[in-house]
Design a protein around this ligand. Structure first.
Ligand code: NAD
Ligand code: ZN
Length: 367
């Protein structure tokens, strides 16, 4: 039979294998890990955001005598290839291949857990594997426990690492978590500004996923629900950091992540990568700084975003670009330009007629 090639290749992705959702579900972690404690050398590695050192959660992490626990600060920088390589070498030298890795924290810690799981079984430096489907062997069992919601890293198939040459994810099916534990109680302590920036990452994922040619009924359904939840969390009389809203935000983050997985992100993320790569600005904050100036591309989304900013009296600095040299702005523009999949989605086949380095430089100058 002759198969007629179709124009579009539809995305065929592996999802997270198991998901538990609910207040207090973190207490089930020990039970969840138990059947996996027999694999390899029979011990687990826990990677915990250093914020939790000395907090109540420290006593609730189900660490057994044989396990290794690392409290990792994510304040200084986003996850790096060096950091993963060193951690991998240290763990293998100390105790051999673990049964599994558990990451308890935000996008940074979850990405470290995903990358470590892969690098424990793949030889050489993680820089060799930055890109799509470059990983050779499956990683080990890995579990994600988000403590801040928004990036969708809990459901994504990438572990974003900054290397000496590029900031790019280890992206393949094996990156996806085997298990996630979504316990909204864990996000209650997130500082208000981070709660806003990371939540807006979800909102922006949806606006971008919806506004482009890759949007489809599947990605739309997730985006629609996720935006509804974002509006309940960030707009109106019941908005704010409440237990009910934390439940909603955790689900919104996951759905926003699934929406963009089956569609694509767009103008804001393309520019945000430029800003983060050149100046090290954190992902969610960078998105907020940029979204403020994208009314030409996403008029309704930007108007609503501004309403949320005003409602929560979030201070988004203006006039940043006056301190940037033309060279810096040019570098940012080139990073952003080199994301054709985002531009194709957001603008269309003729994107190169619409988006030029000069157009991008003008956009950066608006910041
Ligand atoms: P993060 O992990 O960088 O944490 C942000 C801040 O919040 C840190 O100071 C952290 O200590 C603090 N924090 C976390 N949980 C807390 C809690 N419960 N209470 C108090 N403070 C808490 O935040 P993020 O925005 O979730 O992650 C950003 C990272 O995610 C970047 O490295 C980015 O590259 C990556 N990312 C990954 C994906 C993906 O799909 N893999 C997508 C987008 C971004
Ligand atoms: Zn994002």
């Amino acid at each position: 039979m002759v198969v007629t090639p179709t124009q579009t290749t539809h995305k065929n992705f592996k999802g997270v294998e198991k998901t538990v959702f609910g207040r207090g579900s973190f207490s089930q972690l020990d039970e969840i890990l138990a059947p996996h404690r027999v694999e390899n050398e029979g011990y687990f590695v826990f990677l915990v955001d250093n914020y939790f050192k000395g907090k109540a959660l420290e006593g609730q992490v189900p660490v057994h005598a044989e396990d290794l626990t690392y409290y990792i600060s994510v304040e200084e920088h986003e996850p790096t290839t060096d950091q993963i390589d060193q951690l991998r070498d240290e763990i293998l030298a100390k105790k051999g291949l673990p049964s599994g890795v558990v990451g308890i924290g935000g996008g940074s810690i979850m990405d470290i857990a995903k990358a470590l799981s892969l690098m424990l079984t793949n030889e050489g430096s993680s820089t060799l594997y930055q890109g799509l489907n470059l990983i050779k062997k499956p990683g080990i069992y890995h579990v994600g426990v988000p403590t801040i919601s928004g990036t969708g890293a809990e459901v994504s198939m990438t572990a974003v690492l900054t290397g000496p040459v590029k900031k790019l994810g280890l992206k393949c099916e094996w990156t996806v978590f085997n298990q996630i534990v979504l316990d909204p109680e864990l996000i209650a302590s997130v500082p208000r500004n981070w709660w806003f920036y990371t939540g807006m990452d979800t909102y922006i994922h949806c606006i971008e996923s919806e506004n482009g040619r890759m949007n489809n009924a599947y990605s739309h359904a997730y985006a629609e629900q996720s935006m509804k939840l974002c509006r309940e969390v960030y707009l109106g009389p019941n908005s704010g950091q409440t237990p009910e809203n934390d439940d909603k935000l955790m689900v919104a983050s996951m759905m926003g992540g699934l929406s963009l997985t089956y569609s694509e992100v767009g103008v804001c993320h393309a520019l945000s990568y430029g800003l983060s790569k050149i100046l090290g600005t954190r992902h969610c904050y960078a998105n907020c700084l940029i979204m403020n100036h994208l009314a030409d591309y996403y008029p309704e989304g930007v108007a609503e975003f501004k309403e949320m900013v005003a409602y929560h009296q979030i201070d988004l600095p203006q006039g940043l670009s006056k301190d940037w040299s033309d060279d810096t702005i040019t570098q940012m523009a080139h990073v952003s330009y080199n994301l054709p999949h985002m531009w194709l989605h957001a603008i269309g086949d003729n994107w190169q007629e619409v988006i030029t380095i000069d157009v991008l430089k003008d956009l950066f100058r608006r910041l």
